[in-house]
Design a protein. Structure first.
Length: 351
């Protein structure tokens, strides 16, 4: 097993890491082939990958990834939040794309190696976390149209602040009417790279319209709300917490599952049910829906203040962050940083 020496983190990155550019010093790699299985798990310095132009993943899209975070804990230690759930989803994504499954223990060992090496990048800034990105792709050099027989796993990390910027307030979002993100029977409920490129044109149009993200609707009727970008959506309806039920078209978010559990513990009524755009609009106009927010590993909990739509724009509640959204964000951060009792064994300590 190869281990390199940790370099001193850049003060510029630690002061303003943004999201997705403040990469840390190390990389974990492993390789799989049909003949040998998984081998060569190694921790080394962050480096560029050298790929032949005929690398299968570049042409046929056999690539899956995950996103999870490590946080500084109350006692100064570091813990990864719900990594075994990410390992299980990573395995499910790989199986859906005819890729080899990475064993859970190999996934966890890779996390331990990288977090131990790059924990010095974490400070006591409560808004910062170590974002971990596992990736597996078909690395066979062969353009025959079939599943590959060689794969590479990499695990990298970066220091992350808020996805929408530190201290971002409620965002304005746009309903996507022309394009769908996923189709029934497709790959909408797994994290594969091919899911994301088709969404970028609509997201650019949303930015041009002054919106921060896109609300995706169901592909059949273009009526039912499914996701915000790659995040799950929640609504506060007559005091209850409501989120669209899982249909197979969108990702079963780990943050989503966490918030459902935290809300139930806090005494909120929790419901998983279909929510249409008309339900959302009329609920906001009548006062039945007082808050809406999105959640995800990157965005944590982000309130939605206004919705733009060709059938008429509308404001959610007062347009400001509501008390339920604020309370659930606090509960989530408290769980991630070890300020709540870990009754569900969500925290994986890396000492």
């Amino acid at each position: 097993m190869t281990v390199s020496t940790t370099a001193e983190p850049s003060s510029r990155y630690l002061a303003d890491p943004g999201h997705g550019t403040a990469f840390t010093d190390h990389l974990v790699t492993a390789h799989w082939s049909a003949d040998t299985g998984w081998q060569d798990l190694a921790l080394g310095p962050l480096r560029e990958l050298s790929l032949h132009p005929g690398t299968s993943a570049l042409h046929y899209g056999q690539a899956v990834f995950e996103g999870l975070k490590a946080f500084v804990q109350q006692d100064g230690g570091v813990a990864v939040f719900r990594p075994r759930d990410n390992a299980a989803r990573f395995a499910r994504s790989a199986a859906r794309l005819a890729m080899p499954v990475l064993p859970d223990e190999l996934f966890m060992t890779a996390l331990d190696l990288l977090v131990r090496a790059d924990a010095p990048w974490l400070t006591d800034n409560p808004r910062h976390a170590l974002y971990l990105r596992p990736l597996m792709f078909a690395s066979e050099v062969n353009l025959l149209m079939r599943e590959a027989t060689e794969f590479t796993f990499v695990l990298m990390a970066f220091v992350a602040a808020g996805y929408f910027g530190d201290g971002a307030g409620p965002v304005t979002v746009m309903i996507a009417r022309d394009h769908a993100r996923a189709l029934p029977g497709g790959t909408g409920d797994v994290k594969c790279a091919a899911n994301y490129a088709p969404t970028l044109l609509t997201q650019r149009r949303a930015r041009e319209a002054g919106c921060r993200q896109v609300v995706w609707l169901d592909p059949d009727e273009r009526r039912w709300v499914e996701e915000l970008g790659a995040m799950n959506l929640f609504f506060v309806v007559d005091g209850a917490l409501v989120t669209p039920r899982l249909t197979g078209n969108f990702l079963p978010g780990i943050t989503r599952d966490t918030l459902l559990a935290l809300a139930a513990r806090a005494g909120y009524e929790v419901r998983e049910q279909p929510v249409s755009v008309d339900d959302w609009r009329e609920g906001c106009r009548s006062g039945a829906i007082t808050e809406s927010f999105a959640c995800g590993t990157a965005a944590t909990v982000t309130p939605i203040g206004r919705v733009r739509d060709g059938d008429g724009d509308f404001t959610v509640g007062t347009g400001l962050e509501g008390p339920v959204t604020a309370a659930l964000r606090t509960a989530l951060l408290d769980a991630q940083h070890g300020r709540l009792p870990d009754v569900s064994d969500w925290l994986h300590r890396v000492d």
